[in-house]
Structures are given as C-alpha cells and as structure tokens.
Design a binder for this molecule. Sequence first.
Ligand code: 1CP
Length: 335
Amino acid sequence: MTPIQQCIRKKDISSKPIWLMRQAGRYLSEFREIRKSNTNFINLCLNSNLSSEITLQPIKRFDLDAAIIFSDILMIPYGLGQEVVFKKGIGPILGELNIENILNTEPKDFIKKLLPVYKGIEKVKNKLSGKNLIGFVGAPWTLLLYMINKKSPKNNFDFNKINKDKILTNKLLKKIEDMICLHIDKQIEAGADTIQIFDSWAGLLPVKELPIYCYIPILKIVEHVKSKKIPTICFPKGIGDSYVDFCNTVKPDCISIDYDIDPLWIKEKVNGIPIQGGLDPKILLQEKEIIKKNSEKYLNIFKDHPYIFNLGHGVLPEIKPETIEYVIKIVREKK
Ligand code: 1CP
C-alpha cells in the first residue's frame, strides 16, 4: 500500500506522506529548460514524452510520496473546443465561448483531443513504484468561471456576469460535469490512483451560492470517483468557515486546506476526514527557522490525525529547490 493510501484508506496517523501542489514547474531549472524551447503551454501538456518527463522531475530530485501528472485544469475547455493560450506574465486567455459547439462535443472527440494526457499518465505509471500517481481536474465552478470570464478572475470577477443567463449556465455546468467525469475515468484507466479536485476560485462565490455552484457539483464528481474505488482529495480554496459545510455535504476522502484555514479548528470540525496541506507557500521564501517552526506547527497539530503534508496553494516560482529539500527533511525526521 502506498503512503497516501495508508493515510486516506487506513486513516493511518503514523506516517505523514508529502507531495506539493505545483511540484513540477518554474522553480525547477530542469523544467525551465524544457519550457524555454516549448513556448506553447498546451502543446507541452499534449506532448506525452515531455509531460511524463516533467511529472517525474520533482520525483527524481526529491523524496516525495506522490507524482501529479503535468497537465492543466484548462485542458477540459481545450478538449471542448474552446481556444486556450497561456500568455507570459498574464496567464491563461480563452477564446470565444461557442455554447452550441461545446454542448455538441462528443465524448469520443473530447477523448481524442486529450489522448496525449492519458498517454503521459501511462508513461509515468510505468516508471513509478511505491508512490501514488495523482490525476486531477478543475471543479465545475472554477472551469465554468474560466470559460465564461475567458481569463483569470483574479482582478475582474463579477458574479452577475456568470449568473446572467441561468438556463445557459446550467446547461454548460452539466456538460462540464460530464466531461470532468470522463476525463477522470480516462486518467484512472491510464493509471491515476488518486484524484484531486481543484476548486481554486470557490472563494469568489457568495456564501449562499456555495451549495449550488460548489458543493453539489463536486459531490456528484466525488460520488462518481467513489464508485470506482479511487480516493478523492478536494481543494475548495478560499471558502473559510464553509470548509465545514463542504465536508459535511461532499464527504471527500481527504480535504485539502488553504493557508487561511486554522489547522486546529479544522481538525476538530471534520469528523476524522484525512486532511492535506495548509502551509502558506510564502513561508518558503523566509529564513530556515521560520520554515521549520511553521512546518512543525502543522505536523504537531496533525500528530493524531491522518495528514498529508502539502502547501496551502502551489509552489511559487521564486521558491528555491533547496528549500523544498529542507521541508521534506523536516517532515521525514519529525517524530
Ligand atoms: O511555465 C509556465 O508559466 C506554466 C505555469 C503552469 C504550470 C506549471 C501553468 C499555467 N499550469 C501548470 C501546471 C499545472 N496546473 C499543474 C501540474 C501539476 C503540478 O505539478 O502541480 C496543476 C495541478 C495545475 C492546476 C491548475 N491550473 C489550477 C489549480 C491549482 C491552482 O493553482 O489553484 C489552476 C487554477 C490552473 C490554471 C493556470 N494554469 C497556469 C496558470 C498560471 C494558472 C492560474 C492562472 C490564474 O491565476 O488564474
């Protein structure tokens, strides 16, 4: 049994597995080297030789317990025929939303477009032993938001824009949910043994809309994955106190917390659900003592609770690889 299975399935508290969101990426020179000559990010995700190589880069460098496939949540809009480009310094820019085309996309055509993602997973699986291979998807709400907003909602979010045409939004949401389930199925077939669901922008929803746009759509996906006997890790970033309602409604196999969540508070609220993450990635830009103190805070609080060490969001490009090594050492040596 792999360390993450031990933690999630057996609720084992004796070992604290570790992996990091965005563990492959720009903070690694070997990633930057590949990225330099592969300027089209989507094409890079669709190159199974390179995506599998990038997935394994942090595994070769560090003593991590899981690999997460190098891909992106926006591969789903891409698979549905919406143009997706990543602009340097800006982020993702999506093309016109042609609802008719999206709703008419056949599963077989979607799968065909994303086949290299699944090939990449197979390649990683063949080279990985004793470690988990995490597949992932964006949650329905976060994908809907990118698809309608056509860029990051970081600085320009207007809920009314999303909620304007409810019938249309619901049709789109249903299609997104179906494609998420399909994308998960194909990742599992290819060798993914755990599924993480990223609702990165759940925190933008008004609290009263959380059940409609966050909990219920994710619940459907979690139930689908549960029927395949594969564990889910859910990350409804930014919803604060609503983490409790989320856990009570969705009942994920593991809940990933962001850096705003008080770890002691959540531990008491989740009814024994395994917890992942929490540490603010910005801490990893500070001095060693501060890194140690903060990492140990999480390890101490979760001493008696099934816990996967991770961050409260992704590794920042400015973080030094030596710092990651240092954090792993702290987690491994903690008694
Ligand atoms: O070279 C580069 O500039 C590319 C940076 C990059 C990377 C390394 C992007 C663009 N995506 C990725 C890979 C990626 N994305 C992974 C790979 C596996 C890993 O090592 O973790 C994963 C799991 C994701 C998931 C993802 N993409 C999320 C959910 C997690 C999160 O960060 O909240 C989101 C929101 C995206 C969209 C996206 N893709 C890339 C960027 C810069 C963004 C965010 C844009 C924004 O701020 O809105």
